[in-house]
Design a protein around this ligand. Structure first.
Ligand code: GUN
Length: 278
């Protein structure tokens, strides 16, 4: 048995409330997005961000650069945006071209204009439980979905499955801040079967491996947030085998792909932009 957590519904709620906030306070807010190269997925993500920003009343400014542009040109642009008082928030769409040093570029964004919350100083402050730092957007979207389930998960066990240490560590900080115990595991450990997630009350997965998790891997009443993105026969799918959850006797609460984390991440980004401007 499955109960779906609709990220589309939740994102609409967040966008409506942001739009009310922007309009009632007459906030003039601007988000500057830098898009470098021609990654097709990035084009789609950026256009979704633009559409949502317009709905809320946020001024969306796109700075587009070709594949051939050097990192130093991009760096100079960030420095100029940092010192421009008309710019509230900056986002560099990832991934960057292979020749770029992503950490160096992201670290150049002024911490007080970092819409994604990806700047290393902001991530560190977030993990140190600093209350005046914004939540990074992906963990924020995940805890919003957990809360949307209306289940009491405080004190439960969470397992986070992912590829990068930065992702795993930041997710662990976020879930601990929400009162969960957290175990981080690599995607490879789940593939090889050397890690068991069947006792977890909350599972967050972001591997991009279709059918990585089936109902028999999961506990009864588990809340599963699927952040995986892969393409199978041109369809976008997550890490969870949804049909096995539908057939199972277990109750599984699933944030699906598509229509789960994706739209909520966009809404949470705009929430950060409004916070940065207020
Ligand atoms: N690429 C994929 N997701 C994201 C995101 O949330 N922020 C940025 N900057 N790039 C991305």
């Amino acid at each position: 048995m499955i109960r779906l957590l609709s990220g589309v519904k939740l994102s609409k709620q967040i966008l409506v409330s942001l739009s009310k906030e922007v309009n009632s306070f007459g906030l003039c807010t601007s988000l500057h997005v830098m898009l470098i190269g021609s990654d097709p997925a990035s084009e789609i993500y950026v256009s979704l961000k633009e559409k949502a920003a317009k709905k809320v009343g946020i001024d969306f400014v796109l700075h587009r650069f070709g594949d051939e542009v050097s990192e130093s040109v991009v760096q100079e642009k960030i420095i100029r945006l940092n010192s421009d008082d008309a710019v509230d928030a900056i986002l560099v769409q990832l991934p960057l071209p292979k020749s770029y040093d992503t950490d160096r570029v992201v670290s150049l964004i002024a911490t007080q204009k970092d819409a994604d919350g990806f700047h290393p100083d902001n991530r560190r402050a977030f993990c140190d439980n600093s209350h005046d730092v914004l939540w990074p957007v992906f963990p924020l979207a995940i805890v919003r979905l957990l809360d949307f389930s209306e289940k009491n998960y405080v004190g439960g066990q969470a397992v986070v499955i992912g590829r990068s240490d930065v992702f795993l560590d930041t997710m662990a900080c976020a879930l601990r801040r929400k009162g969960l115990r957290v175990k981080n595991v690599s995607c490879e450990d789940v593939v090889s079967g050397s890690v068991d997630v069947s006792r977890a009350n909350v599972v967050v997965t972001a591997c991009g491996i279709p059918n990585l998790l089936r109902a028999d891997h999961l506990s009864d009443n588990a809340i599963v947030i699927d952040g995986g993105v892969a393409r199978v026969h041109r369809q976008v799918v997550g890490d969870v085998d949804r049909s096995s959850c539908e057939r199972s006797q277990k109750h599984i609460i699933l944030s699906p792909v598509p229509g789960g984390v994706g739209p909520v991440t966009v809404a949470c980004l705009l929430e950060n932009v409004v916070r940065l401007a207020s």
